[in-house]
Design a protein around this ligand. Structure first.
Ligand code: NDP
Length: 296
């Protein structure tokens, strides 16, 4: 790769854990002058060999560049690491996973110390960083101008998806997508448990499960989104709630027959019954969103 360090934005990276190290390597490979700091000093050694400049402390690292990227364990470690740093005039990009409220509070905190602030939620694991075809990307939210000015530099490790001025929205998108993933994995866990004691090869079963989840995911997610947007939960309903609730005993009894606990699915079935009791039998499952969000 051609690396003309004269033209590339210099930056500082705080945090050389698994993710920080992966990020650092991509900026170095792309020719960005990079200052690094890690609480435990030994972790910078490999990167220094690749051209990174080690800083003796976090304040020194922050002072080295206008653009400061932070990728630490959690919000508390960000506060701790930056406690004595002068943030005036800095562009702080926080890629540490936090809650939306923590991100908003951190944005206020940074602004109060004279910095522009952008929050990020990384939708990738370290091996996907610097590998565009792996499809990883980072949600960004917060200061639009900061994002626009540093867009090219931020796009070096992974794709960028800006989701608005609210500093909490990157974290919210991140957690929302991961929450959906856990729901999906929970469903697969239950399915594998059902076949566990039978003469069914889990490896042969897997592609059937993947194909089914894949086929259902698109129509279900986009259908729910359209109904939420229109407010009409009865339009274009393929499988209505009354029919689906009638099928619940089959799922519960099959779990019993197979000696499998229904504990992963029971809360969802309970929500379906509660929504049906409100007279929503002609809807699909969209109304469950309101049950959860409003606690009806
Ligand atoms: P690691 O556990 O590998 O590294 C944690 C980093 O935080 C280390 O640099 C550690 O320093 C530092 N740290 C912890 N506590 C403090 C503290 N009090 N003060 C200063 N530094 C501290 O985590 P990752 O690199 O994997 O993750 C970093 C962030 O990236 C996390 O928020 C994570 O959620 C997010 N992320 C990670 C993904 C992954 O798959 N790894 C995927 C998506 C997001 P030290 O070396 O001294 O312990």
């Amino acid at each position: 790769m051609t690396a003309n360090t004269q033209e590339k934005t210099p930056l500082t990276l705080l945090g050389l854990g698994a993710m920080g190290t992966a990020l650092a390597r991509t900026w170095l490979a792309a020719g960005h002058p990079l200052t690094v700091w890690n609480r435990t000093p030994g972790r910078a050694a490999g990167l220094v060999g690749e051209g990174a400049k080690p800083a003796g402390g976090a304040p020194e690292a922050v002072a080295a560049s206008t653009l400061v990227v932070v990728c630490l364990l959690d919000d508390a470690s960000v506060g701790e690491a930056l406690a004595d740093a002068d943030l005036a005039g800095k562009d702080l990009v926080n890629l540490t996973t936090t809650t939306p409220a923590q991100a908003r509070a951190r944005a206020e905190w940074a602004r109060g110390r004279g910095a522009r602030y952008l929050d990020g939620g990384i939708m990738a694991v370290p091996p996907m960083i610097g590998v565009p075809e792996a499809g990883g990307y980072v949600f960004y939210s917060g200061d639009t101008e900061l994002f626009e000015e540093h867009r090219e530099t931020l796009a070096v490790p992974a794709g960028t998806t800006y989701v608005g001025e609210d500093a909490g929205h990157a974290a919210l998108h991140d957690v929302a997508l991961l929450s959906a993933m856990y729901g999906m994995v929970a469903g697969a866990t239950h399915a594998f448990a059902l076949i566990r004691k039978e003469d069914i090869d889990p490896v042969a079963f897997a592609p059937l499960l993947v194909d089914w989840i894949t086929a259902m995911a698109g129509p279900s997610v986009t259908g729910t989104a359209r109904k939420l947007a229109s407010g009409d939960y009865t339009r274009d309903v393929v499988s209505n709630l009354a029919m689906q609730v009638a099928g619940v005993p089959t799922f519960v009894t099959t779990a019993e027959e197979q000696g499998v606990s229904p504990e992963l699915l029971s809360p969802y079935f309970e929500l379906m019954r509660r929504r049906l009791a409100l007279g929503s039998g002609e809807e699909d499952l969209t109304g469950l969103v309101d049950l959860l969000a409003r606690g009806e």
